[in-house]
Design a protein. Structure first.
Length: 279
């Protein structure tokens, strides 16, 4: 069983049942259950939350307000998310950050787009031909409130479920393309080489001596050909937590986040500055 390569951050929670095996039978992934955070946690903050055994909760994936995706369990393991073992044994669960508070609990367009992309990816890899939103727990696109007395996933996300299912199903049937940022230039910055990869890296938009130097990865993170483009075909390699990379001063800013053009293990590509600490 595979995991989504759309995740740019990985921090595995101990809060799960290893393997989707119940009463001696392996349970197939058939559903997606969407939750909201009731707050605006970063991927790292959410990771710290589900890392605590005493919390007794987790989720397979989380999405921050900028549309970045984190993974907190292997899809092969059952998350503790929905107050329903029966649902969670069958479901990939996704926690989505809010960019607004009560009573509406608004979610950004970037997060909705990332959620749709993730749902398409989960469905394709797990043989889910269609997302069926029925408005109750009988469908395969479910809400936390179907299983316990909670307002989750909040009024705004609840209003988007038909739209989410519709967009996912269009893509599953080949009727729509994946949403992604516009493509920047295709040439790597001067003095850097992408010869070790089969694709060319995008040209960096900025240079500053102040950002040059060695950096340490604060979590498992993907190096990407194009900065800010969170798609499965935009991955150079994985840089593991505590590994060091080097930036020579080139970077591109996307959504207020610096993506540093780095060298690592004979490869070059972009890494989000959110997951790097200067050594």
């Amino acid at each position: 069983m595979s995991n989504s390569t759309l995740a740019s951050y990985v921090q595995i929670s101990p809060n799960c049942n290893k393997g989707r095996i119940r009463n001696g039978k392996k349970i197939a992934i058939k559903k997606i259950t969407i939750h909201h955070m009731a707050g605006s946690l970063t991927l790292q903050q959410f990771g710290a939350l589900v890392a605590r055994p005493a919390r007794q909760m987790s989720a397979t994936y989380a999405i921050d307000k900028n549309g970045n995706i984190g993974r907190y369990l292997d899809e092969a393991d059952r998350p503790w998310t929905s107050s329903s073992p029966d649902n969670d044994y069958q479901a990939i669960t996704v926690e989505v950050a809010n960019d607004g508070g009560a009573p509406n609990w608004h979610v950004s367009n970037a997060s909705i787009a990332a959620l749709i992309n993730l749902c398409v990816d989960v469905c394709k890899r797990n043989g889910i031909a269609k997302l069926n939103f029925t408005g109750d727990k009988s469908g395969n696109l479910t809400q936390h409130c179907y299983f316990t007395n909670t307002a989750c996933p909040g009024p705004y996300l609840k209003s988007k479920f038909k739209y989410i299912a519709g967009e996912v199903n269009k893509r599953l049937s080949g009727g729509a393309q994946q949403a992604m940022p516009s493509k920047p230039a295709t040439q790597p910055p001067a003095g850097c080489s992408s010869a070790s990869t089969s694709k060319k890296c995008a040209a960096a938009k900025s240079f500053s001596k102040s950002v040059a130097g060695a950096y340490t990865a604060t979590g498992n993170v993907y190096m990407r050909y194009v900065p800010g483009q969170i798609t499965s075909d935009n991955i150079v390699c994985t840089v593991k937590v505590a590994e060091r990379v080097r930036c020579y001063g080139y970077y591109t800013t996307i959504g207020g986040v610096k993506w540093f053009y780095c060298a690592y293990a004979g490869k070059v590509g972009y890494i989000s500055g959110k997951y790097l600490k200067k050594s």
